[in-house]
Design a protein around this ligand. Structure first.
Ligand code: FEO
Length: 403
C-alpha cells in the first residue's frame, strides 16, 4: 500500500479519504479547467463507515488514505449516496477488499447500482427520512431525487453535525486545501457557480424544495461535505446555502450574453453592434464568440444574466456547428426567465436564423423586437438596426429586472 497518501481528519469522527484528480478537463461536456476531487469519507467510532467511494482509477489512493487510519478490512458499512461512476467506480473493488456487513443506498440507488455492477453487491435500500444507528453513530438519510440523479440522497451525521451531500454544493476543483475557507475566494465562488450552472441548474425547482425540506428539519450543520471540491464549514455553510437559494430562483439580472459564431466576420460585426446598443441602453454585456469560448463558459455567464442574443451565419442550410453545440447544451440546462433575439448573416438561404429562433422559443425565451438577417456583409444601415436591437433589448431587460 502506498503510504504517501494520508487521511485528513475533518471532525471528531470523520476523515476525508478521497482522491484529487489534477488532470481531468472534461466532465461529460463540462470543461473542468481546474481538475476535480472525488471525496470519500471515513467515520470511525464503535463501528467504521465508509461514505461513498471514488472513481475507479483512484481506488488505490482512497484505500491508502483509509489504511492510514484503520485497517480497511475493519470497515463495517459502506453508504453510497449517489450511484454515478465518479463515486462508485471503485465500489465493487472496495466491497471485494473490505467485505462490509452492508452497503446502503436509497431504493433508486440500490436499483442503479445493480444495473451498473450486477446484483452481487447486495445493496440494502434505505428510506427517505430513515434514521439509523450504527454503533454510536446517528445517521439520517434524506432522498434528493434528481440532485443529481434519481438515486441521489444526502446522509446527515448527527454526532458531528455533518451533512454528506454527494454532488450537492460541490464543485470541480482540484486543490491541496480541503476546506472552502482555505481556498482563494475568487477561485472558490467562480467554480461553485460554474458547477451549479453546468450540473445543477436544470433541477433548480427541486433545489428550492430541498432547501425548504432540509431547512424544515432544523438540522445543526457544522459542515457540508460534498463529493467534489472543498468542504464547507463555519460561515461557508450559510454562504453556500444562500447562494443555492439565489441561483435556484433564477431571477434575471441586467446583463446580456451575446453568443455567436462567424464565418467571414459579418455576424461578428452584427454581434458587436448589438453589444454596443446593449451597453448604451444600460445593460452589462458579455460577448462570447464560440471560436474562443467553451459551452460551459456560456451557461455560467447565463446563470447571472437576463438576456441571450444568439447569432450565426448559415452553412449548408444550418447554423454553424459551434452554435448548434452551445445551443443544444444551453437548452438542456434549462435556464429560465430570459429575454433575447437572434441574428446572423447569410449568402442565399439563411436558415440559421429560424433555427436559432426556434431553439430560443423552446427555451421559453421572450423574443424582443425582430430578428435580424443580413445578406453577405452588413452595411451601415444593417449595423444601425443591430445597434437599435441592442438598445431595445436593454430597455426590456431593465423592465424585466425592475431597474
Ligand atoms: Fe459527481 Fe453525479 O456525480
Amino acid at each position: 500500500m502506498n503510504d504517501s497518501y494520508k487521511a485528513i481528519k475533518i471532525s471528531d469522527h470523520a476523515y476525508w479519504v478521497g482522491a484529487v484528480d489534477w488532470s481531468i478537463r472534461d466532465f461529460h461536456g463540462y470543461t473542468t479547467e481546474r481538475g476535480s476531487t472525488y471525496n470519500a469519507y471515513l467515520l470511525v467510532g464503535d463501528r467504521i463507515v465508509l461514505m461513498d467511494t471514488v472513481k475507479a482509477p483512484f481506488f488505490d489512493e482512497m484505500m491508502a488514505r483509509v489504511a492510514s487510519v484503520v485497517n480497511p478490512e475493519d470497515i463495517d458499512y459502506i453508504i453510497s449516496n449517489h450511484s454515478e461512476m465518479d463515486h462508485t467506480g471503485a465500489l465493487p473493488a472496495t466491497v471485494a477488499a473490505v467485505k462490509p456487513e452492508k452497503v446502503f443506498a436509497s431504493a433508486m440507488g440500490a436499483k442503479a447500482l445493480a444495473k451498473h455492477y450486477g446484483p452481487s453487491l447486495g445493496v440494502t435500500a434505505v428510506k427517505d427520512g430513515e434514521n439509523m444507528r450504527l454503533g454510536n453513530f446517528d445517521l439520517t438519510f434524506i432522498e434528493t431525487r434528481m440532485l443529481h440523479w434519481p438515486d441521489s440522497m444526502f446522509t446527515y451525521f448527527a454526532n458531528d453535525a455533518v451533512l454528506f451531500s454527494q454532488d450537492g454544493f460541490g464543485m470541480h476543483l482540484a486543490t491541496s486545501e480541503r476546506f472552502a475557507d482555505e481556498v482563494d475566494p475568487c477561485v472558490l465562488w467562480d467554480e461553485a457557480a460554474r458547477y451549479y450552472a453546468n450540473i445543477i441548474l436544470p433541477f433548480s425547482s427541486l433545489v428550492m424544495k430541498l432547501l425548504g425540506k432540509v431547512g424544515g428539519m432544523n438540522l445543526k450543520m457544522n459542515m457540508i461535505t460534498p463529493d467534489h471540491g472543498p468542504i464547507w464549514r463555519g460561515e461557508g455553510v450559510g454562504a453556500i446555502l444562500d447562494l443555492y437559494a439565489k441561483w435556484a430562483e433564477q431571477r434575471p439580472n441586467n446583463k446580456a450574453v451575446v453568443v455567436f459564431d462567424t464565418m467571414w466576420h459579418s455576424t461578428e460585426k452584427m454581434a458587436r453592434a448589438i453589444a454596443e446598443g446593449l451597453v448604451e441602453g444600460g445593460s452589462r454585456v458579455k460577448v462570447m464568440p464560440m471560436h474562443s469560448h467553451h459551452r460551459s463558459d456560456v451557461i455560467t455567464e447565463l446563470l447571472c444574466a437576463g438576456a441571450i442574443v444568439a447569432g450565426s451565419p448559415t452553412l449548408n442550410n444550418n447554423m454553424l456547428p459551434a452554435m448548434a453545440d452551445v445551443m443544444t447544451y444551453v437548452k438542456g440546462l434549462k435556464p429560465l426567465n430570459l429575454i433575447g433575439q437572434v441574428f446572423g448573416s447569410h449568402g442565399w438561404s439563411g436558415e440559421s436564423i429560424s433555427q436559432l429562433a426556434n431553439i430560443l422559443k423552446e427555451m421559453k425565451v421572450e423574443l424582443v423586437g425582430e430578428s435580424i438577417k443580413v445578406e453577405y456583409v452588413p452595411d451601415d444601415a444593417a449595423l444601425k438596426k443591430c445597434h437599435d436591437l441592442g438598445r431595445q433589448i436593454a430597455v426590456r431587460l431593465a423592465e424585466t429586472c425592475g431597474k
